[in-house]
Design a protein around this ligand. Structure first.
Ligand code: TRP
Length: 320
C-alpha cells in the first residue's frame, strides 16, 4: 500500500507468530500492535453506526490485508455482517434503471473488499458460503451497464467470487456451481471489460480445474456448447484487442476441457483457427508457459500430425 510507507501496521499483523525472540524494542512493538488492534476493533464496531460506517468501510478496506486475522474478527463481531449486507442490498434499487453514483459505487466496493477478506480466509470461507453470502453479489454481477460505477461494481464483486474459487476447494466449487455462477460468468465474458472478462474467465477456469466442475460443464451438450461458444467468441475478439492475461485463461480452459474425452473430440471440429495460424504468436512469445499450454492443446485436439513439433522454436504457432 504505497500511501502508507511508514504505516505502523506494516509487518505487525495481529495474530501473527509469537514464537520469534523478543526484539530490543519488543515492548514498543507490542504497544503498537495493541494500538493497531484497538483501532481495527473500533473501526469494526463503527460499522454498526450508520453515521460512522462510510469512513469505517473506507479505512478497513485499506488496512484489511495487513492483519492476518482480520477476517475472523470481522465475522465474529456482532452486527457487522448484517451491516455489510445492508450496504449491498441498499444499492439494488439503483441497479435498474441505472442510477448508481460513483460515490455509491465506491462505498459498496469498500464493503465488497471486506467480503473478499472473508472469502479468502480459511477460517471464514466456509461460514461465508454457508451463509449464502455470494448470492447477494449476483445482482451486482448481473448488470450490463458500461459506465464506470457499474463496471467497478461488477469487477469487485467478481473479485470476491474469484478469491473464493482461487484455492481450488471442491466444496467451494460445488457451492458456486449450485448457485448457477457459470451463466453469470458467461454473460460477463460477453459484455464485460477486459478486466472483468478476465476475472470471469479465471472463475470458469478454476471451476473446470476441479473434477466436479469439469463433469458439470461436460455433462450436457448445451452446457459444453455454451462454454465453447463463449471461449471462441473471446478468441475472435482478442484478435482486435489483445490481452495476454485473458488469452492465458482461455487457453487453460480449452486445455482442461480436453481432459474430458467427449469434450476433446467435440473440440476437434471447432477450435478457433486463430489458435493455430500465428495470430497470437507475438503475445505468446512473452508468455512461454501459455505457449506450451497451447502446444499441448493443439496436440491433444489435432494429434501430432497437425500440431507443432514439440521443443521447436518461435515459429511453432504458425504450424498448420
Ligand atoms: N441451469 C443451466 C444448466 O444447468 C445453467 C446454465 C446455463 C449453464 N448455461 C450454462 C451451465 C452453461 C453450464 C454452462 O444447464
Amino acid at each position: 500500500m504505497a500511501k502508507l510507507p511508514q504505516s505502523p501496521f506494516m509487518n505487525s499483523p495481529f495474530g501473527g507468530s509469537s514464537s520469534s525472540a523478543p526484539a530490543p524494542n519488543a515492548s514498543k512493538t507490542q504497544g503498537n500492535k495493541d494500538n493497531n488492534m484497538q483501532l481495527v476493533q473500533k473501526l469494526v464496531l463503527d460499522l454498526n453506526n450508520y453515521n460512522l460506517r462510510g469512513n469505517a468501510l473506507l479505512e478497513l478496506s485499506k488496512i484489511r490485508e495487513q492483519f492476518q486475522d482480520f477476517a475472523p474478527l470481522l465475522w465474529n463481531s456482532p452486527g457487522t455482517i448484517a451491516a455489510l449486507l445492508q450496504e449491498i442490498i441498499s444499492i439494488y434499487p439503483v441497479l435498474s434503471p441505472p442510477n448508481l453514483s460513483p460515490a455509491q459505487s465506491n462505498r459498496v466496493c469498500n464493503a465488497l473488499a471486506l467480503l473478499q477478506s472473508l472469502a479468502s480466509h480459511p477460517e471464514t470461507r466456509m461460514s461465508f458460503l454457508n451463509a449464502q453470502m455470494p448470492l447477494y453479489l449476483y445482482p451486482l454481477i448481473n448488470t450490463t451497464w458500461k459506465s464506470k460505477p457499474f463496471e467497478y461494481l461488477r469487477l469487485t464483486s467478481l473479485g470476491v467470487i474469484g478469491a473464493l474459487v482461487k484455492v481450488g476447494d471442491t466444496q467451494v466449487i460445488s457451492f458456486v456451481l449450485s448457485t448457477e455462477i457459470i451463466p453469470l460468468c458467461l454473460k460477463t465474458m460477453e459484455t464485460g471489460s477486459e478486466l472483468s472478462k478476465s476475472v470471469a474467465t479465471f472463475i470458469v477456469q478454476q471451476i473446470l480445474m476441479d473434477d466436479v466442475g469439469l463433469d458439470y460443464v461436460c455433462t450436457t451438450a448445451e452446457r459444453f456448447f455454451a462454454v465453447r461458444q463463449m471461449l471462441g467468441n473471446m478468441v475472435a475478439a482478442l484478435a482486435q484487442q489483445p490481452s495476454s492475461r485473458l488469452l492465458k485463461y482461455i487457453i487453460r480452459c480449452y486445455l482442461r476441457l480436453c481432459d474430458n474425452q467427449r469434450a476433446c473430440d467435440a473440440l476437434r471440429g471447432c477450435l478457433p483457427d486463430m489458435l493455430r495460424d500465428g495470430t497470437f504468436s507475438a503475445a505468446l512469445q512473452e508468455d512461454a508457459t501459455t505457449g506450451r499450454c497451447l502446444q499441448q492443446l493443439l496436440l491433444k485436439v489435432h494429434g501430432p500430425r497437425v500440431a507443432p513439433q514439440a521443443g521447436g522454436g518461435s515459429n511453432l504457432m504458425r504450424g498448420n
